[in-house]
Ligand binder design. Structure first.
Ligand code: C2E
Ligand code: MG
Ligand code: MG
Length: 761
């Protein structure tokens, strides 16, 4: 009894041990199986992952090839015969097959149409019935469906065979895990691939932009200033390869001074974008103007400097041309008024800083240039101006500046003089340079100049004032008769005089408006009989403040300003009126001589004007004599000749006034139809004292006789002079001895009672 229970106990014990071992063995076996499965799963997964990576790393890899690889490797590694990669568009109601094995290319899987419902229906458990029917139609007995709605992608794996091991409709869990892992890796690689392509596209776009830009793009390293990259335009612009550009330091290419580019460069490095222009030289061009936009940029961790370079040479050249046009005279290419004023302002400023600095301004005006211009034509006039400018230029030092103000006016700035006398020496040099004639177009042209000089002076603050004074001095020089040394140094009194002239001009204009002129008459007396033959009409200005102003004080300005035209007309009209009055009253009516200015010949149709006045007043032309000086004729020889001939033909008497003061060319006297010759009073006044002048008077009278002219002696102040002239055969006398010029009434009284006849000697 006791043994059995012990045995049974032992047996139970061993049976128990055996069961335990058995179950442990079973567990071990199961664990081993699981471990084997896990190992297979890991191996398979690793293999698939490796294949996918290999595919993705291939150079020409595409999403298609990655998808195909995934499907192929899954079918290969798992116990399935169909696999498909499906995707859907946001608005579509079905999944499309992208890649598949064991499925027809047209295989689609219906889904819910609206996106939220579709996302829910993508679960394998909740695949819509239509989808499940489609799977059945495709013959799939068991299948696995893995959808990733975020990526719009799903993986369908399945088999058309019934599984031997189970009647389960799904794949083994391990295969499912492998498939899920592989799908995840695929999606990851796909995304990576797409990012890479996007980057590559961006890089290509950037390169295209970089390379096709019209501007040159140059990238520098901020740290060491090295050139990192440059586009094709840079290579074209610089005329050398990128490698060469990289080799040579930037400074090698720059022409512009450091101050031009250094500051913008440093500012740009500090992060402030800069734009500036500078000069560079390239392998092709010795000088290019470029505009540079400098910007600091960050690429990743690197700080770079991007220079956008644009060739602006053409624009610069146009600007320079415009500037040249603005500051130079188009004909001679010399600096113009604006530029010389700038240079003069600089010189004045320099003198203000250093009172030892000496300079002078010369104002040069050609004498009688208008005659050359009018007679030989403007084109030759232009050629002459150019030739003159060259000649003058050659007389100057390199630091001097010669400018043309316009017309025949030149201005010369003599800078940094050692002594002020050098200015006069230069003026003489310029005069000498113009002595020899210019040979132009088969013409030998002689010219000369009048030069005004202003010396540097602390009074001058404005360049215009200095130019004005040089001009005033030049006018003084012009008045000098000497053929040479026609230069004048400016003196302040000249300015006062110029101001007076200006005032006079203004007053004269008012005077013309208000008709402030009166005509006085001076008798012209028959030397033998002492009878009044006629009167010379002499204009006076009855100035409201200055009283009676003699003609010599205003006629020159009236001529310059052309106010002589209305004044001359007024005197002529008054003379006509007076002539008619006297003609009505006296049978032996006196002639009235009227002075004509040269301006009246050149500017107006003088004979027409006089005739109209004569007709208007109804006076007899034979009672009017017109007095003309030589210089008046010389101003415009042709117009003067034509007018004089016409007037003579119309019956007016013509007088050559002040004979002996001008060119006194007896030779051309016969070319003009003069009736009377008036000997200038300078000869008369030295009668009896200066033998040579007496002889001249004699010659003039003889010549006048030969030419059939009557002779009037001007400025007869004494009885002796009158007698002497009568002895010499002179016809008439005029002068203070008989009477000063007087008003019409007094003149008429003289006619009725010539008091000189009463005077006994
Ligand atoms: P002119 O035509 O030679 O006139 C003669 C000038 O000599 C007059 O001066 C007259 O007063 C002055 N005179 C006459 N006898 C004597 C004398 O014995 N001794 C001196 N020392 N002088 C004498 P006036 O009136 O001052 O005129 C000066 C000049 O002004 C004139 O010289 C003439 O060229 C010009 N002139 C006068 N009136 C007119 C005018 O209506 N039109 C123009 N274009 N010129 C005029
Ligand atoms: Mg006269
Ligand atoms: Mg005279």
């Amino acid at each position: 009894m006791t043994a059995k229970p012990e045995l049974e106990q032992a047996l139970d014990y061993y049976r128990q041990q055996y069961d335990e071992i058995g179950s442990r063995l079973l567990r071990l076996q199961q664990e081993l199986t699981q471990a084997r499965r896990d190992a297979r799963r890991h191996r398979t997964t690793a293999l698939i992952v490796q294949r996918l990576h290999e595919c993705a790393n291939q150079q020409e890899a595409s999403t298609e090839s990655l998808g195909e690889t995934l499907i192929a490797v899954l079918v290969e590694s798992l116990d399935i015969d169909c696999a498909g990669l499906l995707s859907w568009q946001s608005a579509a109601d079905q999944c499309q097959l992208e890649h598949g094995l064991g499925l027809t290319a047209s295989f689609t899987l219906p889904l819910s149409a609206s996106p939220p419902a579709r996302a829910a229906s993508l679960n394998p458990e909740t695949l819509p019935l239509a989808a499940q029917a489609a799977l059945q139609r495709a013959g799939l007995r068991n299948w696995v469906w893995i959808a990733v709605p975020k990526a719009g992608q799903a993986l369908l794996l399945g088999s058309r065979q019934l599984k031997k091991s189970s009647d389960d409709s799904t794949l083994e869990e391990a295969d499912q895990a492998i498939a899920a892992a592989a799908f995840k890796v695929y999606l990851g690689l796909r995304e990576q691939q797409q990012t890479f392509w996007a980057l590559q596209a961006a890089e290509t776009n950037y390169r295209t932009l970089f390379e096709s830009a019209h501007e040159a793009f140059v990238v520098f390293d901020v740290e060491n200033g090295a050139l990192l990259d440059a586009n094709q335009r840079t290579v074209d612009l610089m005329g050398c390869s990128l490698a060469e550009l990289r080799r040579r330091p930037l400074i090698d290419w720059l022409i512009s001074a450091e101050r031009i580019w250094k500051r913008p460069w440093l500012c740009a490095l500090a992060g402030r974008p800069q734009r500036f222009e500078c000069e560079i030289h390239t392998a092709k061009d010795p000088c290019l103007w470029v505009e540079i936009n400098l910007n600091r940029i960050h690429v990743g961790q690197r700080r770079l400097l991007l220079a956008v370079v644009r060739d602006v040479t053409q624009r610069r050249q146009s600007e320079q041309q415009l500037r040249h046009h603005a500051f130079h005279d188009a004909l001679t290419q010399l600096p113009n008024r604006a530029l010389i004023l700038e240079s003069l302002a600089d010189a004045i400023q320099r003198r203000q800083q250093n009172s030892d600095y000496l300079f002078a301004l010369l104002f040069l005006d050609l004498n009688r240039f208008s005659i050359i211009n009018d007679s030989l034509g403007h084109s030759l006039g232009d050629q002459l101006l150019i030739a003159i400018s060259h000649r003058l230029h050659r007389c100057l030092r390199p630091e001097d500046i010669i400018a043309r103000l316009g017309g025949d006016e030149f201005v010369i700035l003599l800078s940094a003089l050692r002594q002020l006398d050098d200015a006069a020496a230069c003026a003489e040099r310029l005069e000498r340079a113009l002595v020899s004639p210019f040979a132009l177009d088969c013409h030998e042209i002689y010219t000369s100049a009048s030069i005004g000089i202003v010396l540097a002076n602390d009074r001058y603050r404005e360049p215009e004032a200095m130019l004005r004074d040089a001009d005033i001095a030049m006018y003084q020089a012009k008045k000098r008769d000497a053929p040479y040394r026609r230069y004048a140094l400016f003196e302040p009194v000249m300015h006062v005089r110029a101001l007076q002239v200006m005032e006079l001009e203004r007053d004269l204009r008012y005077a013309v408006e208000r008709q402030e002129f009166v005509v006085y008459y001076q008798p012209i007396v028959h030397l033998d009989s002492g009878q009044v033959k006629g009167f010379e009409a002499l204009v006076r200005w009855r100035h409201p403040e200055r009283g009676l102003v003699p003609p010599n004080d205003f006629i020159p300005i009236a001529e310059e300003t052309l106010l002589i035209l209305p004044i001359g007309h007024l005197v002529l009209a008054e003379a006509c009126r007076q002539s008619v009055e006297w003609a009505q009253r006296y049978t032996a009516a006196p002639t009235i001589s009227v002075n004509l200015s040269g301006r009246q010949f050149t500017v107006t149709d003088l004979s027409g004007e006089i005739n109209q006045l004569v007709r208007q007043h109804g006076c007899n032309p034979a009672l009017l004599a017109l007095e003309i000086t030589e210089s008046a004729i010389l101003e415009d020889t042709e117009a003067a000749q034509a007018n004089l001939r016409r007037l003579h033909h119309q019956g007016f008497q013509l007088s050559m006034d002040d004979f002996g003061t001008g060119y006194s060319s007896l030779s051309y006297l016969h070319q003009y139809p003069f009736d009377i010759l008036k000997i200038d009073r300078s000869f008369v006044q030295s009668l009896g004292q200066d033998v040579s002048k007496t002889k001249i008077i004699n010659t003039i009278i003889t010549l006048a006789r030969t030419l059939g002219m009557l002779v009037v002696a001007e400025g007869v102040e004494t009885w002796e002079q009158a007698k002497h002239l009568a002895v010499l055969g002179c016809d008439f006398g005029q002068g203070y001895y008989y009477s000063r010029p007087v008003e019409a009434a007094a003149a008429e009284a003289l006619m009725n009672d010539p008091h000189w006849l009463r005077e006994t000697r």
